[in-house]
Design a protein around this ligand. Sequence first.
Ligand SMILES: Cc1cc2nc3c(=O)[nH]c(=O)nc-3n(C[C@H](O)[C@H](O)[C@H](O)COP(=O)(O)OP(=O)(O)OC[C@H]3O[C@@H](n4cnc5c(N)ncnc54)[C@H](O)[C@@H]3O)c2cc1C
Length: 390
Amino acid sequence: MSVEKIFNNTEIAFQLKNDSELERAYFLFKMISHQPLVRIGTAATNFALKANLPVEGLIRSTVFDHFCGGVNEDDCLPVIEKMHSKGVSSVLDYSVEGKESEEQFDNALNKTLEIINFAEQKVAMPIAVFKPTGFGRIYLYEKKGLRLDFTNDEELEWNRVVGRYDEACKLAKEKDVLILIDAEESWMQDAADAIVDDMMKKYNTEKPIVFNTLQTYRWDRLDYLKHIQKRAKNEGFKLGMKIVRGAYMEKERERADEKGYPSPICRNKQATDENFNNVLTYILDNLSDISLFIGTHNEESSYLAMEIMLKKNISINDNRVWFGQLYGMSDHISFNLATAGYNVAKYVPFGPVKDVMPYLIRRAEENTSVAGQTSRELNLIKQERKRRKI
Ligand SMILES: Cc1cc2nc3c(=O)[nH]c(=O)nc-3n(C[C@H](O)[C@H](O)[C@H](O)COP(=O)(O)OP(=O)(O)OC[C@H]3O[C@@H](n4cnc5c(N)ncnc54)[C@H](O)[C@@H]3O)c2cc1C
């Protein structure tokens, strides 16, 4: 018994793209497949933005429009509606990063609350998301993770960070909107995990509402999962887990080297892949305890999830299993899965152009440094251009 290989259908994959959007995607992926070009482009863009040169228009009409839904929630509505008409849900992602003031953290919380309220009224948006460093300083997470003493001011600041998580998760529960909490650098993650674990205990009493994220490029994540599963069983709450491979590999390795501690990252890509598939399999084996959001652009892992679901008689639209991709990437996975009846949601990032640059740069770098992804996107786009006789 095996699943049909559905991801090669480019007509379904690109059904929402008109010819000129397809051409833009072709041009873009061709450009970012060249590593030196991305490096130069990134440096030039950062410089131009800092120097207030008028490059926003150029960024908007190229990378931004491809990878983001818009500058604000309302801009994203047409994208949300269009995708939903093809069975794909949206996770609005306020992708402003690198902010460090209390005002900006409150602003990120308010955005998250707005999105949860917005999501409640829209079947197309059953899930919300936020980033730990959107709600507090990385320095504080790190200090907490190292169990160092806070000053009085830091203690108060930390309580405000925890309060922001609580407000967001509480509203998510009230509105019955799932809330995913992203994972970031390992040196801040222990403290974030501790808060999320407590949020799951508080709000996942009847069903999983709050989801933590496991980055499987870290070799210790299955152990963490088993540990929190034990706690959840003992204390009577449910788990929600988003699984991803992880987006900060270069930074992680550099820091471990620089500071002389063992790298938390798997030794190679194959080890990360095996770890991802093991965690995926473990959760699907324990679905009564743990709900799953599979955040990946990897076809093999997606097929593996489908195979396991088939073998274990898990219905393809079981509400405990979601597949997720990022807007602007891997439409061949998203739309073919949705057409086949699986639960699929795409992260739709939005925010002012300048502020979403770190997100955009990560996407560009990811598409160059990861052998295979860009050429796969490019080949599919080429295949579709040929089919459309462009
Ligand atoms: C919906 C969604 C949500 C996401 N949320 C988060 C999040 O909260 N936090 C986060 O960090 N990332 C997040 N990501 C990004 C994700 O971690 C990956 O960067 C991205 O999806 C690429 O991995 P992949 O599974 O699609 O597969 P692939 O393209 O097959 O794998 C690429 C990944 O493999 C790993 N890898 C590559 N080379 C090596 C090597 N030499 N050694 C070890 N490992 C290697 C890296 O993690 C790399 O990103 C999210 C992605 C999606 C789709």
